[in-house]
Ligand binder design. Sequence first.
Ligand SMILES: *Cc1c(COP(=O)(O)O)cnc(C)c1O
Length: 387
Amino acid sequence: MKNIPYGRQLIDKDDIRAAVEVLKSDWITQGPKIKEFEDALTRYCGAKYAVAVSSGTAALHIACLAAGLKEQGEAITTPITFLATANSIIYSGAKPVFADINYATVNIDPKEIKKKITKKTKAILPVHFAGLPCDMSEIHKIAKDNNLTIIEDGCHAFGAEYRSKGKWVKIGSCRYSDMTVFSFHPVKHITTGEGGAITTNNRKIYEKLLALRSHGTYKTQEMIEGKGLWYYEMRDLGFNYRITDIQCAIGLSQIRKIDDLIQKRLRIAEIYDKEFGSIDGVEIPRVNKDKKHTYHLYLLKIDFDKLKTSRKKFVSLLKKKGIFTQVHYIPIYKQPYYKKRYKVNSKNFKNSEKYYKKALSIPIYSKMTDSEVKRVVSNIKELLNGN
Ligand SMILES: *Cc1c(COP(=O)(O)O)cnc(C)c1O
């Protein structure tokens, strides 16, 4: 029997053809496909600018730098996210400060953000967890009142939307933020192998991000006219965070299929909702009418104590059946590195702790077949019923 992972890519003939075409062309990196992919991202998300980079983590890193994060500064984020969100704050030299989640949505709680603001706070990094948008207009208001930059971590939420003042707002449009970050790792909605991007509506931020992607170098028309075609200036300490044309060609091919890729996830989520929605001791994701969830992850909250079992046993029994589940995530403040440096008291994170005890992500990905979905449902139900 084939193993069922919690997530994986869907690569088809078109994606392969697109990559091969680039390999036969003159530019395999720093060529025309990068801008083409960025333009496709801005069109889809509804933002003015996009900068494609080598990973979601690289995107977060230069977004933090473009936001002006540095030593002595602080940025607020959720402890229930992938390590990269908080790590990127540390890369910039600033201190990550955690604000507790709302237990029902598993997203950062705006009320908790307010409590964590100090004179040193410079930015907020909300994460649209699992693919469910945060309350952006509320977070935006807090940021405005306190002069803070907002970097949305949209790595889980490509294609997701929320309604604000009667209008649907897409993640990545930066309607209520300065930047949005995406990842194109194989488990995400679209993939380029490794890869990431930042969208923004701010020209200054856009230019800074372009420079940081490539060693902090600038080349303007003025410089070319004054000094010559060869001239450039390094004004910031940047990196090589470039993405290749090969990857961008795959990304372009993937984004053409995005509606279908999301639809497939929604259909699986609908089946899971129906199958697990009325089981005692199990909570399914609840989505209110003002949000469109795109299910990077499908999260169950299981009361393992009530079911007289343990998550450890549950996960390993499923693995024996070839079904791979995961816990997203261990609250970041529990990681040894963070514990040693920041000494966070877990007692102040009641909702994160409560969620962490119950969390289990079950397989969901666009390539999942009906029979694989059935296998997951029947095996999990069997365990939940204790037989
Ligand atoms: C995947 C992910 C990232 C990092 O992306 P990489 O492309 O793996 O570097 C950051 N934040 C969140 C929430 C993610 O899920």
